[in-house]
Write a protein that binds this ligand. Sequence first.
Ligand code: ZN
Length: 199
Amino acid sequence: MAILPIYTYNQPVLRKKAKPVKSVDEEFIRFVEDMFETMHTANGIGLAANQVGSLRRVIVVDITDVMKEKEGSGGENGEDIPPEAKAPLVMLNPEVVGEAGEWVMEEGCLSIPDIREEVERAEAIRVKYKDLEMNDKELLADGLLGRVILHEIDHLNGVLFIDRLSKVKQKLLKGRLNKIRKGEMETSYPIVTELVEAK
Ligand code: ZN
């Protein structure tokens, strides 16, 4: 397995729409393993292929550590933890087919280091996707799991969480985003420093 460098804020690949995965071969499986390794190394809970420079519609999600912490603290209001949230998830060609409610939560992104802002998203989603065996799957996800999935699907569509902030908030972030653009930041994980044209 390998740790892949993360593409940050101004890289064109983050603004492109990823293309559907049509088949799974050994190379693809290795790529997914590398995505997990990369995400875990960076202490992330979700990663989309765009973020490591590939325009394939695949995301990985792993909120198991967060869930364990919740379990350890007796859970928040005794809420149930869905079984899907207890194991790492790989989703190929994920598509939101239903949404309900809305809630605000602070988000961050490995591609936008050190910036965290509150984002409004659906509270619960139904998502269709394919697993690594190309089986059709459907999942009801709410809370943190639903939020991470929505954040990562945004990436596959070339959308970043800062796009969902108010114009005023975006203006206020301009200086800090410019610093990221110029590479004036430090990360605990490898990033791509040169601007790379998206394939
Ligand atoms: Zn992100």
